[in-house]
Design a binder for this molecule. Structure first.
Ligand SMILES: Nc1nc2c(c(=O)[nH]1)N[C@H]1C(S)=C(S)[C@@H](COP(=O)(O)O)O[C@H]1N2
Ligand SMILES: [Mo]
Length: 222
């Protein structure tokens, strides 16, 4: 393949913001950003709609929880590691068709973090933001409370790497991988679902694997 090393990934072309570039990308093969087979990535491809993403680690990472909650919070990496963890092993499925079988993810159930914050009754949805400064995602509150939705700290039994969205990414096991926002930095409870990055560009908010507009056989899916 391309044999991209770390330097190659950093310099890889990317999908720019704006409808035109996205449409041309959609009409091509791969609308959801940079792709390159990660070396030793076990079949994963690297995706980022941002050209470059700052690295964050133990000292400077924080996950803010806000919006329609009783108690706003900012969780450090240490605090997240001290919370209850859950491990899930499923196939990862990107809507462009690539799939990585039996991939372990481990992290804090999102429902735990929501309970800590105390969701106000007016909230019906959750919006996720990322420290790449561009990407966002959303789930209904009901989806967000499923036990197979994690704030993931590890992937493939190792801390989530920077390339895979570390130190913390979302993991929405039952949905296509575009729902699993990388470089997660914010969780906001909202009154209504606010469509995320790809959802504004036509992909389903309910991105259930096999049951959304990102079908396995769709040639132009995210
Ligand atoms: N912040 C951010 N999260 C993201 C994306 C992105 O471009 N930016 N791409 C999504 C898509 S379409 C996929 S398939 C996966 C890819 O994850 P990987 O790079 O770990 O393989 O991340 C998802 N989360
Ligand atoms: Mo994707």
């Amino acid at each position: 393949m391309l044999g991209l090393g770390a330097a190659g990934l950093a310099a890889a072309p990317y999908v720019q913001r704006g409808t035109e570039s996205v449409l041309s990308a959609v009409s091509g093969k791969d609308p959801t950003g940079v792709t390159g087979l990660l070396p030793n990535g076990g079949g994963f491809r690297y995706y980022s709609v941002a050209a470059s993403v700052p690295r964050r680690g133990t000292r400077d990472y924080g996950l803010t929880v806000g919006g329609l909650v009783e108690r706003r919070a900012r969780h450090s990496l240490g605090e997240l590691r001290a919370m209850p963890q859950r491990r899930i092993v499923r196939d990862v499925q990107c809507v462009t068709g690539w799939r990585v079988p039996s991939t372990p993810f481990e992290g804090v159930p999102l429902s735990h973090i929501l309970d800590l914050a105390g969701v106000r009754p007016e909230a019906t949805a959750v919006r996720f933001t990322c420290f790449d400064g561009i990407y966002s995602e959303s789930l209904t509150l009901e989806q967000a409370r499923r036990d197979d939705v994690l704030v993931a700290l590890s992937m493939q039994d190792e801390p989530v790497s920077h390339q895979h969205g570390g130190p913390v990414r979302l993991y929405v096991a039952p949905m296509y991988f575009y729902k699993s926002a990388k470089w997660l930095s914010g969780i906001e409870l909202t009154r209504e679902v606010e469509p995320g990055y790809w959802e504004k560009r036509g992909y389903d908010i309910d991105g259930w694997v096999g049951r959304s507009n990102g079908r396995d056989d769709a040639p132009t899916a995210a």
